[in-house]
Design a protein around this ligand. Sequence first.
Ligand code: 2U9
Length: 362
Amino acid sequence: MEDLQKLESEIVAAITACEDLAKLEDLRVAEIGKKGRVSLMMRELGKMSPDEKKEFGPKFNKLKTVLVDAIADRKAALELDALNARLQSERIDITLPSRPAPEGSIHPITQVMDEVTEIFTEIGFSVAEGPEIEEDFYNFTALNIPEEHPARQMHDTFYLPEDEDGKRKVLRTHTSPVQIRTMMAGPPPYRIIAPGRTYRCDSDATHTPMFHQVEALVIDKNIHMGHLKWCIEEFCRKFFELDDVKIRFRPSYFPFTEPSAEVDIGCAFKDGEILIGEGDDWLEIMGCGMVNARVLENVNLDPNEYQGFAFGMGLDRIAMLKWGIPDLRDFFAADLRWLKHYGFAALDIPSLSTQNKTTGSK
Ligand code: 2U9
C-alpha cells in the first residue's frame, strides 16, 4: 500500500517535471500504456485472491485515474504553453500599415505629361513618338528652316559628330520632326500630339539644355483657326481646371506656321505668385499657327486640299505654372526633399479623371 502511494507520488512528480509533449507521451506509454509499468502491475490482480482483489483493485484503479488525470492536465498545460509561444513568435502588429510604406514619387514633369496626354486623347488625338537623335531634314529642312536660315541659330542646336556620309545628326530642338515623320508615313487626316524630350544649348534660370515639349498637329480638309482656338481653350480649361479662361492670341512668327501666334492666358501676379484665371495680367503659355503651306508641300500634301494647325508648349513651364514651382533647375537636381515635396503618389491619376472626385496629392 505504501509502495503504491510512493509510486503514485514518483510518477506524478515525473509528469509535472515533464517539459515537452513528446517526453510526456513516452512517460504515458511507459507507465500506463498497454505494456506500461502500472498496467503490468494491474495484471497481477488476476493472480490474487478475491480478498486481495477487493483490497487492491480500487487502489490500482485510483492510481490509474490519478495518473491519467495528471497526464491530461500536464498535456493541456504544455499545449497551452506551445500555443502561447507560437502566438508570440507570429505576433502581428496591426497598427503597422497594411503594405510597406510607399517610397518614391512621380516627377511633376511625368505627371504633367500624363495629364496633357489624357486631355488630348479624350478629344480625339493620338500620341506619336520619334527619335531624340534626329536628322537635319526632319528637325529643320522639312519644317521650312533651310540651311543659313536665321532660325537655325535661334535653336542653339547640339550637333553630333559627322557620320560616314558627312551628315551631322542633331539632338532634336523641338518635337516637330515627329509630326513630319508621321505625315510622311501615311495619308491624312492627322490628329496627333508629340510629347517628349527636346534639347537646346542654353542654360540659365529659365532654360535647361534638356527640356520637355508637347506639340499638336491637326491636318484635314477645311481646318481653320476656329478649330485651333477651340482646342487651345478646351485644353486650358481642363488643364488649369477652370470653367472660364481668358485667352489672347498675339501675332508672332514661326517658320513652320503661317499665320503664327503666341497664346497668353489671363492671370494675376500677386505677391510674387501667379494666379491663373484671375486678374488682368497676361502670361505666355504656348505658340501656335496654321501649318505653313511650304511644310505641307515638303511632305507631298497639296495645301489647296489639306490645311491644318499646330501648337507647341514647354511642359516644364506649364508644370511650374500649375503647381507654383519657382525654379526650373530644381526639376533636374535629383534632390530627394524636392521630389518628396513636389512629387505625386504613384496611383495619382491625371487631373481630368480626378475632377470633382478627389483633390489629388497636392
Ligand atoms: C509641324 C508644323 C508645325 C509647332 C509649333 C510652336 C508654335 C511653339 C514653342 C513653345 C514653347 C516651343 O517649347 S517651346 O520653346 N513652340 O511656339 N510650335 S507652332 O508647329 C508645327 C510643328 C510641326 C509639322
